[in-house]
Design a binder for this molecule. Structure first.
Ligand code: GLC
Length: 561
């Protein structure tokens, strides 16, 4: 089972072809460029790449407006380049997850073009209303930018439904023909060897039609996730679905399915937001509650734990006071905020202090789940607030101090390059950090290696250890005969923390990152001092036993949970 459930401990790296590496010098990132950078990702320790949409698209929403689900946009190369890339990735043992964006299509998609002309084959693939529905200006995902969810189509002379921008008409997921087409899309990419899908906007895919929905929250067809999963598994037994759904913990469980027969993985948005609150307020209690509320998931399910992604840092699940605390700490200026709920900044510029950045990443790696790293965050890239909306955090990867950050040899790349200021490519780039043993990049390599040596995190039972110190989070993981303890100090002052590990008796806590082992005072009671923003990882055992534990047992000899 260890190998079958590979996603339990995967190290995922998310990138957008467009901004990662331009191989042919036309200014836009492509498969050729990404393929050349696979050794970089491999040596970083990445085993799974999540690619943002790269299919043909008018590209008005970063590729999330697809006009052909069965190909590669010529900006990024050809289908041949995709297959070459897959071959090279797989050769290095890396899996590739791609986005599945089927809540909507681009309005330029031939299906919509036919539907708006009332072609009987395609009309019902979308959601239409002859009259303007009374809730036409409710439920927008991008408040402040998006004005409505129903828009009059000048060709059809009817209103069409769109959860997102008005150039992204929603597909009618209750139509069996649409579902059959989604299966074809899944089947197509699985046949090309991908390891799974990051399912975009899952709640909206499951929602009942807005035409039949009553008042209150719309009914969600969770059985559709089981249907998708079954199809996926028939075609590729170890492929996974990784869902994007920023919902409350109770709802989350429904996505995984009572029997673990729903989606395999979900991003843990709930923990993410409470983690940022803990960073802002040096108070871990709400984070502890969030971890507790999302702890018990089916055995074959897993969380994707992340810090930042390609969108705004969404704080919509915090209380108003908590949200304001995070805004004040990390996005105080109006231009840093977006959609009344989030912050459009990168991690490094928000946290600004190297110790705090390490703290955040060390926590992310030690949260129950599979860590998801956003490209550029491993070197501490910043944002460009002069760009609109979420574009601020989508500038090109900074490879070197050369023109265009070494991303492209074109005179003017299609995407912005941060070339000045403290986060400019002159100061922040891969080339310089590779040569500097003390760089963030080299620290990250070390942490990824450590994470891989601690399979307890992905497989084991996580217990939140109670302490009297509200700025410190202590977690305990147990899987088979391996036990791990991590301690993180969110406060800007050093903290002494005392805690008990049940059943630890007189066991030493072996420091996995340094040489400060912790001896028990009384049976199973420890007292440690953490520096400001300090982090520690320990394995329970005799001195010298620490890392060998996971190394000693060949991966496929370890039995499943
Ligand atoms: C998801 C994506 C976001 C996109 C939206 C519409 O939320 O993360 O970037 O705009 O879906 O597809």
């Amino acid at each position: 089972m260890i190998n079958d459930l590979w996603y339990k401990n995967a190290i995922i790296y998310s990138l957008d072809l467009e901004t990662f590496m331009d191989g042919n010098g036309d200014g836009c990132g492509d498969f050729e460029g990404l393929t050349r950078r696979l050794d970089y990702l491999d040596s970083l320790g990445i085993d799974t790449i999540w690619l943002a949409p790269f299919q043909p698209s008018p590209n008005r929403d970063n590729g999330y407006d697809i006009s052909d689900f069965y190909g590669v946009d010529p900006r990024h190369g050809s289908s041949g380049d995709f297959v070459e890339f897959m071959n090279q990735a797989n050769k290095r043992g890396m899996g590739v997850i791609i986005d599945l964006v089927v809540n909507h299509t681009s309005d330029k998609h031939p299906w919509f073009q036919k539907a708006r002309r009332k072609d009987p084959r395609y009309y019902d693939w979308y959601i239409w209303s002859k009259k303007r529905p009374s809730n036409w200006n409710k439920g927008m995902v991008f408040p402040g930018v998006q004005k409505s969810t129903w828009t009059l189509d000048p060709k059809a002379h009817e209103y069409f439904y769109h959860r997102f921008y008005d150039f992204q008409p929603d597909l009618n997921m209750q139509n069996p023909e649409v579902r059959a087409e989604v299966r074809r899309i899944l089947g197509y990419w699985l046949e090309l060897g991908i390891a799974g899908f990051r399912v975009d906007a899952v709640p909206f895919i499951l929602e009942e039609s807005p035409l039949t929905a009553g008042k209150g929250a719309p009914y969600l067809h969770f059985d559709y996730l089981t249907e998708l999963r079954q199809f996926l598994q028939w075609r590729s037994r170890d492929a996974v679905l990784l869902g994007e759904a920023n919902v409350l913990p109770k709802q989350n469980m429904k996505y995984f399915g009572d029997e673990g027969d729903g989606i395999h993985m979900m991003f843990n948005f709930y923990v993410n937001q409470h983690l940022f609150y803990a960073l802002a307020a040096a108070d871990v209690r709400p984070l502890q509650k969030a971890l507790h509320a999302t702890r018990d998931i089916p055995e074959t399910a897993q969380w994707g734990q992340f810090l930042r992604n390609h969108d705004e840092l969404d704080l919509g699940r915090l209380t108003e006071a908590q949200r304001q605390a995070v805004f004040a700490a990390f996005g105080p200026k109006p231009e840093m905020q977006l959609y009344d709920r989030g912050i459009r900044r990168r991690l490094a510029s928000m946290l600004s202090d190297r110790r705090r950045i390490e703290l955040a990443y060390s926590i992310m790696f030690s949260l129950p789940g599979a860590p998801v790293i956003r490209y550029g965050d491993e070197i501490g890239m910043g944002e460009d607030l002069s760009l609109p909306e979420r574009e601020a955090v989508r500038t090109v990867m900074q490879w070197s101090a050369e023109p265009n950050a070494g991303f492209s040899s074109a005179r003017k790349p299609t995407h912005a390059v941060i070339s000045s200021g403290p986060y400019g490519c002159e100061h922040v780039n891969v080339d310089a950090q590779r040569r500097d043993p003390g760089s963030l990049l080299n620290w990250m390599v070390k942490m990824i290696r450590l994470r891989k040596e601690c399979p307890e995190i992905g497989w084991g039972l996580c217990t939140i250890i109670q302490t009297q110190t509200r700025g410190v989070l202590v977690l305990h993981f147990k899987w088979r005969d391996g036990e791990l303890v991590t301690a993180h100090n969110f406060a800007s002052e050093p903290q002494e923390v005392r805690f008990r590990i049940p059943g630890a008796d007189d066991t030493v806590l072996v420091d996995l990152l340094g040489v400060t082992d912790a001896q028990p005072r009384r049976q199973g009671t420890y007292s440690i001092t953490l520096d400001e923003y300090g982090h520690r990882w320990y394995r329970l055992g005799h001195a010298g036993y620490g890392l060998q534990h996971s190394r000693g047992v060949p991966i496929d000899k370890r039995r499943g949970p």
